[in-house]
Ligand binder design. Structure first.
Ligand code: NAD
Length: 292
């Protein structure tokens, strides 16, 4: 029998991902604290439902929430997913959370005959809008086969990284690089401005040498240089991810001084009320600090 799908967390990412599932023919029950987001999905054909109802009736429950706090709360509350799901149900968490929280949820799920898949999302929000995301998945082979049709409907590229927990760990490595490159690019822009360089020309140079990088290619000309800080991926979320990276590095005894410095730079940005802008707006933050 086809899996029935629940989708919890209809924010900047989840709303587009759920919409793409509906467009590809999946029947969804949805939930979010934000009623407008729920109404928008209902207008596309989804059925709004409380979490317990979703857990009782859906054999795959997708979560796309801000952090470990919300995922654990929705999974473990008395009216939450684990207390109400039938054996065989998969919780596919696609949020970027602490991999230790994923490990804990996977253990608790197994004790109830449920399972957890961690499938965090790569690329930008605009890719999620177009159904062009990349997924890094931690799952048993059996669970992976069950969630793969959903991933194919929401993205173009799926990597099965290994057992549950490997998706989130891969995501932390990925976001360490992506979030740090955004900081490096921001500092480079500030220095170019101070030098009085032609920024378009400088960008052309960097794009043609080994200095080039994904954030420069995807996020610079179209966002930073035109002053567009609409989120996207917020500085708050990037800071959350760097907190996860720094904590994981401490626990694993891996020295990552660049990660610590980047983390604190994002802390500065949040302290100066920039938390809700797109992370490419770190360029504005560094220029502001340098009084450029
Ligand atoms: P968001 O803040 O836009 O959306 C989160 C949604 O969760 C909101 O709609 C909120 O109302 C809902 N929510 C929060 N607590 C809830 C609860 N208790 N019950 C029900 N709903 C609740 O965040 P986002 O940008 O969509 O990101 C979601 C996750 O994906 C984060 O972990 C983020 O790090 C990750 N991510 C984001 C991007 C991006 O570009 N935005 C890209 C890849 C991964």
């Amino acid at each position: 029998m086809a899996d029935k799908i629940g989708f919890i967390g209809l924010g900047r990412m989840g709303k587009s991902m759920a919409a793409n599932l509906i467009k590809k023919g999946f029947v969804l029950k949805v939930h979010d604290l934000n009623q407008t987001a729920v109404d928008d999905l209902a207008a596309m054909g989804a059925e709004p439902a409380p979490v317990a109802n979703i857990a009782r009736n859906c054999s795959i429950v997708v979560t796309m929430l801000p952090s470990s706090v919300e995922v654990e709360q929705l999974a473990l509350a008395a009216d939450g997913i684990f207390a109400n799901a039938r054996p065989g149900t998969i919780l596919m968490d696609m949020s970027t959370i602490d991999p230790l929280a994923t490990d804990k949820l996977a253990r608790l799920a197994a004790a109830k005959g449920l399972s957890v898949v961690d499938a965090p999302v790569g690329r930008l929000a605009e890719h999620a809008d177009r159904g062009e995301s990349l997924f890094m998945v931690g799952a048993s082979d059996t669970d992976f086969a069950r969630v793969k049709p959903l991933l194919d409907a929401m993205g173009t590229t799926t990597h099965h990284c290994g057992p549950v927990g490997t998706g989130g760990r891969t995501k932390l490595v990925n976001n360490y690089v992506a979030v740090s490159l955004t900081q490096v690019n921001a500092e480079a822009l500030a220095l170019s401005q101070r030098f009085g360089l032609d920024i378009t020309k400088t960008l052309q140079v960097l794009l043609g040498t080994s200095a080039t990088n994904g954030q420069l290619r995807m996020n610079f000309a179209n966002k930073v240089l035109v002053g567009d800080t609409t989120p996207g991926f917020t500085i708050d979320l990037a800071h959350k991810d760097m907190s996860l990276v720094v904590n994981a590095a401490h626990a694993a005894k891996v020295p990552m001084p660049v990660a610590a410095a980047v983390h604190e730079s994002y802390s500065l940005a949040r302290a100066s009320q920039h938390g809700s802008i797109d992370f490419s707006g770190m360029a504005d933050v560094v220029c502001e600090l340098a009084k450029i």
